[in-house]
Design a binder for this molecule. Structure first.
Ligand code: AMP
Ligand code: ZN
Length: 478
């Protein structure tokens, strides 16, 4: 599998540091408002990486932070007359709801900045001790001059470094305009809204960048296999993360940097919360769009490193593609197989499965993979029309749909109540195993398998996934 590493700008073969296990950190939402569909594009890109890593056989520990303190949150909480904790809660909840609606697989950890202040204070203390940071009038700044590699990710010319927007708003004396804040001295009003913490270098609150360095270290260690985010985070956020982490830990911070392109609105503007006119998932669902068509649009209409433009037409086209995929899936399931297989179809289905996997292995090229499957569906439909689809043709077409849905997850519509029933049966099976009633345990497993559900014993207990039942037991598929 090859991934395009922003650091260096080439597609490189990916191998995690520890064989079999990928440590991945992704920059999550700033929960000062609802996520807009552009943010969701980035989050579903993280989901795509995660899913493909698992298809490729890796275990994944994925961390996605929630930024629950920053200037905008402070302002809003102040205006609303609440604490930052109360202010952000509905938006944090909405974020998790949106992710579930879009079928993003949950990350292993969702750390919040305000719950990791001690880790940040530790890291800042180390940076001060190493003279990579200094205190100026109660604020703490990172000294960019102390970190010669600064700019290596974004290929910035250090001499020409300009003060970024967030830097320009800083009020206090710094040694250099480009030095960025690690810690900001408390203002009297910060106390009232619960945005002020004790630290050896003075009471205050963290700057924005330090949370990702501190929390990735806490959950994943000093060196990450993958760090992902939207392109707008490349500079200064990710550049600052590298400086903080490498200066504090004296270890390489990230092995592969992945950046996804933006979503633009119908008028060609980059979607952005600060600019005002943004669209949320709720808006689109309210306008009648199917969340899974939105999911398809966001991950499969364009490669993650290409820009994507949101429009009603594009969403309708995505819905149509989802409909065709579902219809094909249903048709194959319902087909009573011919006595013998079509050798040509068998060969091409096998080739398409390989080519699909290769497209995903080539820097997660899902749009290309989807295109290959659609081409093949045309041929398979012709074979179905002619009654030429035999038992193993049918099984491999269903496997192809499974391969595709491992990334897309829009084809198989969940039966209501299925998850609860499966969980209940898993618990019953565990109980049977504890009681050493292995016959009953096996019966439960076989029963689920005949309904298209496979159980896997994993480190974190029993998991289940949907499979295509073999041609022998297709009657149970529903
Ligand atoms: P934020 O909530 O602003 O911290 O952003 C969360 C994620 O959304 C980050 O990875 C951003 O890079 C990404 N992002 C912000 N705007 C867009 C956009 N218009 N299109 C795609 N991703 C975006
Ligand atoms: Zn970050």
């Amino acid at each position: 599998m090859r991934l395009h590493n922003t650091f260096g700008g080439t597609k490189d073969v990916f191998e995690p540091l520890e064989p079999g296990l990928v440590r991945m950190y992704t920059c999550g939402p700033t929960v000062w408002n609802f996520a807009h569909v552009g943010n969701l594009r980035a989050f579903l890109f993280y989901d795509l990486i995660r899913r493909h890593l698992r298809v490729a056989g890796f275990r994944v520990t994925h961390v996605m932070n929630l930024t629950d303190i920053d200037d905008r949150i402070l302002d809003q909480a102040m205006h609303a007359g609440t604490t930052i904790e109360e202010y952000i809660e509905p938006y944090a909840r909405a974020f998790f709801e949106d992710m579930a609606t879009l079928r993003a697989q949950p990350a292993e950890h969702y750390p919040r900045a305000t719950e990791h202040i001690p880790e940040m204070v530790d890291m800042i203390s180390t940076l001060i001790k190493n003279e990579n940071a200094y205190i100026a009038d109660g604020d703490v700044y990172f000294r960019i001059a102390s970190f010669p590699a600064y700019g290596a990710l974004s290929h910035l010319d250090r001499a020409g470094l300009k003060a970024g927007a967030r830097v320009a708003t800083d009020k206090y004396e710094k040694e250099s305009v480009s030095d960025f804040a690690l810690w900001k001295k408390s203002q009297p009003e910060d106390e009232e809204i619960g945005a002020s913490w004790e630290a050896p270098f003075g009471r205050g609150r963290p700057g924005w960048h330090i949370e990702c360095s501190a929390m990735s270290k806490r959950y994943l260690g000093e060196t990450l296999d993958i760090h992902a985010g939207g392109v707008d985070l490349l500079f200064p956020h990710h550049e600052n993360e590298i400086a903080q982490s490498e200066a504090a830990n004296q270890k390489p911070f990230v092995r592969v940097w992945l950046h996804s392109e933006h979503l633009f609105d119908a008028t060609g503007e980059k979607m952005s919360k600060s600019a005002g006119g943004f669209t949320t998932l709720r808006d689109l669902i309210g306008a009648g769009h199917d969340p899974l068509a939105i999911r398809f649009f966001l991950i499969a209409n364009a490669h993650y490193r290409s820009r994507l433009r949101l429009s009603d037409d594009a969403l309708h086209a995505a819905a149509e593609q989802v409909r065709r995929l579902r219809e094909f899936n249903e048709r194959v399931i319902r087909t009573a197989p011919a006595v013998s297989d079509d050798a040509g179809l068998a060969q091409r289905t096998a080739e398409v499965r390989i080519a699909y996997r290769e497209a995903l292995d080539d820097d997660l090229n899902l749009p290309q993979g989807v295109g290959l499957v659609f081409d093949h569906i045309r041929e398979a439909n012709a074979a179905l029309d002619a009654g030429r689809v035999g038992p193993s043709n049918k099984a491999s077409l269903l496997e192809l749909i499974d391969d595709l849905d491992a990334h897309l997850d829009v084809i198989r519509v969940e039966e209501p109540g299925l998850a609860e029933e499966v969980e209940r049966l898993i618990a019953e099976r565990e109980e049977a195993r504890r009681a050493r009633d292995f016959d009953r345990a096996d019966r439960i497993r076989d029963d689920l398998r005949s309904r298209g559900i496979a159980l896997e014993d994993s480190r974190d207990g029993v998991r289940w996934r949907r499979i295509s039942p073999g041609p022998v037991i297709e009657a149970g598929r529903s």
